[in-house]
Design a protein around this ligand. Structure first.
Ligand SMILES: Nc1ncnc2c1ncn2[C@@H]1O[C@H](COP(=O)(O)OP(=O)(O)OP(=O)(O)O)[C@@H](O)[C@H]1O
Ligand SMILES: [Mg+2]
Length: 257
């Protein structure tokens, strides 16, 4: 489904990515982990055409993603959330979800936001789709509530909803667990697996919360300073001495994962 190969990104003297290679098969939940600054969010920015790599290829269902503009990415079937919330401050939950639906038809997120804000061109399909997502996320009663008045964890859920409203085939989640309360964290793994089971979605997950990564991933890719360090099943990654040393920060045999 997604095939990222040999991607290199330099920001001035910083090598943010150096040979990134990831594959996601249809229906898979694949994780990308690594220390702060390893290049995980940059990988998402390459896949969604925000950052142009100096080398490498990105293919999605056979299409050359790097040949397309950023605003065409949602229409391909790739949705994403953002590590720092990028919700439109003045919008309600309902408006935000409708923006997610409209971002798919070629115009991109900002144009979709303006369209929803004007109230012009919000079609019935957008409203219906957004209502379905609100139900799925148990947010129907929050429809008219301004997003920024909600607790952080709920705002993050709205951001996932915005991405889901575009009905992506592949969802990129950038640290969905960060900042959540224990209670909010509890249901997150089941929620992500439910996207695959009910909506036939594939997921590429960036996350520091290891119990979540270990519990739901089919495969895990480990990055260290932009370079691929290891790839394998949760069981393989848990046992990998290089990973334990470089990422989990304990000597092999110390076993903290
Ligand atoms: N737009 C940018 N301009 C310059 N440098 C950048 C830019 N984006 C990222 N970097 C640098 O690239 C490297 C990788 O950053 P990135 O945000 O991808 O890491 P990350 O793995 O997502 O980290 P974290 O776990 O903290 O979110 C870092 O050194 C970062 O400072
Ligand atoms: Mg990041």
């Amino acid at each position: 489904m997604l095939d990222v190969s040999g991607v290199e990104v330099r920001f001035g003297g910083v090598r943010a990515l150096d040979g990134l290679t990831i594959t996601v098969g249809e229906g898979e939940v694949v994780s990308l982990i690594g220390p702060n600054g390893a290049g995980k969010s940059t990988a998402f920015n390459v896949i969604t055409r925000i950052v142009r790599p100096q080398a490498g290829t990105v293919r999605f269902r056979g299409r050359d993603v790097l040949a397309l503009p950023a605003h065409a990415v949602p229409g391909l079937g790739i949705g994403r959330t953002y590590q720092g919330l990028e919700l439109f401050a003045s919008m309600t939950v309902g408006e935000t979800l409708m923006v997610g639906h409209h971002a798919v038809d070629r115009c991109g997120l900002v144009a979709a936001a303006l369209r929803v804000r004007r109230g012009a061109g919000v079609d019935r399909a957008a409203r219906t789709s957004a209502r379905e997502i609100a139900e799925r996320l148990s947010m129907t009663e929050l429809w008219d509530v301004p997003v920024t008045t909600l607790p952080y964890g709920v705002q993050k859920r709205v951001d996932i909803g915005r991405a889901l409203a575009g009905r992506p085939a592949l969802l990129l989640l950038d640290e969905p667990a960060a900042g959540l309360t224990h209670h909010e964290l509890d249901g997150l793994g089941a929620f992500i697996l439910g996207l695959r089971a009910d909506l036939a979605m594939s997921v590429l997950l960036v996350e520091h919360h290891m119990p979540l990564v270990m519990a739901i991933s089919d495969r895990i890719n480990v990055l260290d300073s932009g370079r691929p360090l290891a790839t394998g099943t949760p069981a393989q990654i848990r046992e990998d001495a290089r990973v334990i040393e470089a990422y989990l920060g304990v000597p092999a045999g110390g076993g903290r994962a």
